[in-house]
Design a protein around this ligand. Structure first.
Ligand code: FAD
Length: 319
């Protein structure tokens, strides 16, 4: 059995949880979903629409806000009572924070950042990027079950989740949490991070690279983004230069995104950028160098000067 640990915040599920569920369904066999928090029954009902064996719910006041200690205690307690072969987490900041701790607490194997799953006879082979995405490694767990796995955003399509013929049963589990043992005390988010954009949830992204030449020209990309109802993102040099905030950076040291549409303007397509966006459903690249590596992943490539192409596109979209 595969257990997917869905992630919610304030009663809202993130897309990465559905992607992890799509991965579990594609692996085959029975799938259960676990959702942890306080007052997460509505989230459980949402998940129960999927074609899964059941949805396991852990509600506890100590889990209202995420803490590594609280969530580790809850998930390890659940895993002491239900024994899946594999536990799948979405590879989010939150799961990256506590999934390795769950694995260490249980003395189990953790395989992170998984982008594909294959079968080799009876063995399940997890594929994950190594060396900044330059190579893909096949990884097999030789430890005892369950193996703890995180699934990279965009590697699987949330829309591919199979719905069930009827709602899956929802099972409440009571867990023992020693609140005094929770060492983190969450405070309200900083104003800045409350405003921070979550590019992982964006359906459309217009992303700018060094081809934009100077900060003032970002307005051209912003106008296209506005006309497309898209979020603005960037390659690393743009954020390093302070032309856009760091939370808009896409790539190995930024966010991993998987929108329906990713429009890359003046981005060469360095591997560190590609690993953050190649899971996008449709990629459009505008670059005046026909040999730019971005064209290797693009579905539509436009070899043009962006300063001519982008205003023309914006005008066409507005009309
Ligand atoms: C450890 C490490 C981590 C990194 N992490 C990241 C990361 O998270 N994200 C990231 O993006 N990078 C990252 N990088 C940097 C990465 O290696 C590249 O340097 C970077 O992605 C290049 O950004 P760029 O494509 O905007 O710029 P460039 O490589 O300079 O490309 C600019 C492109 O614009 C095109 N262009 C120029 N003028 C025009 C025009 N008028 N019209 C159309 N096209 C034009 C050019 O042909 C060129 O292809 C990382 C590097 C390291 C070493």
């Amino acid at each position: 059995m595969i257990l997917v640990v869905a992630e919610q915040r304030g009663g809202t599920l993130n897309r990465a949880s559905w992607e992890a569920l799509a991965c579990a369904q594609q692996m085959g066999g029975e799938v259960s979903v676990l959702v942890v928090g306080a007052g997460v029954d509505a989230v459980a009902r949402e998940l129960s629409a999927a074609d899964v064996r059941d949805v396991v719910v852990v509600n506890h006041t100590a889990l209202a806000d995420y803490t590594a200690d609280g969530y580790t205690a809850a998930v390890t307690d659940v895993l002491s009572r239900i024994t899946p072969d594999v536990v799948l987490f979405p590879h989010t900041y939150q799961a990256r924070d506590f999934a390795p701790k769950v694995a260490a607490r249980l003395n189990r194997v953790a395989i992170t950042d998984v982008v594909a799953v294959k079968r080799d006879g009876d063995r399940v082979v997890f594929v994950r990027p190594v060396f900044q995405g330059k190579l893909l490694a096949d990884v097999v767990s030789e430890g005892d079950a369950p193996c703890i796995v995180t699934v990279q955003a965009g590697a699987f399509q949330a829309a591919a989740v199979r719905r069930g013929a009827s709602a899956a049963p929802i099972r409440q589990l009571d867990v023992q949490i020693d609140e005094a043992a929770i060492r983190q005390k969450p405070e309200p988010p900083f104003q800045e991070s409350r405003q921070a954009v979550d590019l992982t949830q964006a359906e459309r992204i217009v992303s700018v690279g060094r081809g934009i030449k100077e900060q003032a020209n970002i307005a051209i990309a912003q106008q296209l983004a506005d006309a497309m109802h898209a979020e603005l993102a960037a390659s690393r040099p743009i954020c390093d230069a302070g032309w856009l905030p760091m939370d808009r950076q896409v790539g190995s040291s930024g966010q991993t995104v998987a929108p329906k549409l990713y429009v890359a303007l003046g981005i060469s397509g360095a591997i560190q950028h590609l690993v953050g966006m190649k899971g996008s459903q449709t990629i459009v690249a505008i670059n005046n160098d026909r040999d730019a590596p971005i064209f290797e992943v693009a579905d539509y490539g436009i070899v043009e000067d962006l300063f001519e192409m982008v205003p023309a596109l914006t005008a066409a979209l507005k009309s």
